[in-house]
Design a protein around this ligand. Structure first.
Ligand SMILES: Nc1nc2c(ncn2[C@@H]2O[C@H](COP(=O)(O)OP(=O)(O)OP(=O)(O)O)[C@@H](O)[C@H]2O)c(=O)[nH]1
Ligand SMILES: [Mg+2]
Length: 340
């Protein structure tokens, strides 16, 4: 049944695709079967993650980006993931309305997804959804997520190219840019560049990149106690370094989109050289495999033990009568007994 549904997805049926995505979202039986049929047909789409604080214009940008890619003849799927609420909330409804002007184009497919807070949560479900969209034949997958800390990093692990969206007016303090965000950004977008202060934001981001980016740090040397920038000597620059470009956009007016698409294409070319994409994907698959394994083993272990036993242990640990380490050892000993 799910196999037939997956076959229909491969034939281009949008209805079947929507149904498979629902199976995945609800983690219903049949999702894995459908994914098994689809999986050999994945690996062709370019996955672009779009993340940033709430209200920075991600959905507007994703809509404008979809149009820009359509203008270049690419088909586009949009996946809006809301990791913050397990219930379909207002944000997602807003996205649907905002992205309305893409409807009617059969080269665009839009799907919102609320994650359920299950074990594995966002990353496993979103990863499965991207695979269904990939197998359905879309050239470009745009994955939007609300910046909620951990989810940003998880999106970066799903995508090949990650856009981090900032806006002017958050102050120039370095603290305004969340720690760690620069490490995951392949392209930095300063959206709402029609607002005052865009130049300052660009400058602050550039300074932060200059100071903190590992790729740039590599070109600096200590000289009599001062940090000196080494002038790039042609031929000496390691082309393995990718410096995230900063692109200004006004998403609501589709301005700056050409430059953004070019930046994405450049990053894609960069990754495709010297099999960097394959290396990246291998790291992503390794992370996924370990996560899935950890989740499954944890689920099985907890299921095989009386819930009271776990609760008792929690209390014993809280009362300092048991260490977490010993608790884990005895849980493992117990499950081994159960299997014997
Ligand atoms: N002035 C200006 N407003 C913009 C621009 N891009 C988006 N907006 C507006 O900013 C508001 C938020 O846009 P969204 O696209 O919903 O932002 P978001 O980041 O997807 O929001 P969440 O998904 O809720 O985090 C909307 O009112 C947009 O019209 C822009 O470039 N300039
Ligand atoms: Mg949004």
């Amino acid at each position: 049944m799910s196999h037939a549904l997956a076959e229909a997805v491969l034939q281009g049926s949008r209805r079947a695709l929507a149904r498979v995505l629902t199976l995945i979202e609800n983690q219903t039986q049949g999702a894995d079967e459908a994914l098994a049929t689809l999986f050999p047909h994945t690996g062709k789409a370019w996955l672009i993650g779009v993340t940033g604080s709430p209200g920075t214009g991600k959905s507007t940008l994703v809509t404008a980006l979809a149009k820009a890619f359509r203008g270049r003849g690419r088909t586009v799927a949009i996946l809006a993931v809301d990791p913050t609420s397990p219930f379909t909330g207002g944000a997602i409804l807003g996205d649907r309305i905002r992205m309305n002007d893409l409807s009617g184009d059969s080269g665009v497919f839009i799907r919102s997804m609320a994650t359920r807070g299950n074990l594995g949560g966002l990353s496993a479900t979103a990863r499965d959804a991207t695979r269904a969209l990939d197998a359905a034949g879309f050239d470009i997958l745009l994955i939007e997520t609300v910046g909620a800390g951990q989810s940003e990093v998880e999106i970066a692990r799903l995508a090949y190219t990650t856009l981090v969206v900032e806006v002017p007016g958050l102050g120039d303090e370095v603290q305004a840019f969340k720690a760690g965000i620069l490490e995951i950004a392949d392209v930095l977008v300063v959206n709402k560049a029609d607002r005052p202060g865009a130049d300052n934001t660009v400058r602050a981001l550039r300074t932060m990149l200059d100071l903190g980016h590992p790729n740039i740090r590599a070109t600096m040397v200590m000289h009599h106690g001062d940090l000196l920038e080494v002038a790039p000597v042609s031929g000496q620059i390691d082309d393995a370094l990718w410096l995230p470009p900063i692109v200004e956009t006004v998403a609501s007016e589709s301005r700056g989109l050409d430059a953004l698409v070019n930046a994405i294409e450049n990053h894609r070319e960069f990754l495709q050289k010297a099999k960097r994409r394959e290396a990246l994907e291998l790291r992503q698959i390794e992370g996924e495999l370990y996560n899935r394994l950890r989740d499954l083993l944890l689920q099985r272990t907890l299921k095989s033990l009386p819930h009271d036993m776990i609760v008792d242990m929690l209390h014993e640990i809280a009362e300092r009568r048991l260490t977490p380490q010993v608790a884990v050892q005895s849980i493992i000993a117990k499950t081994n007994q159960n299997h014997a």
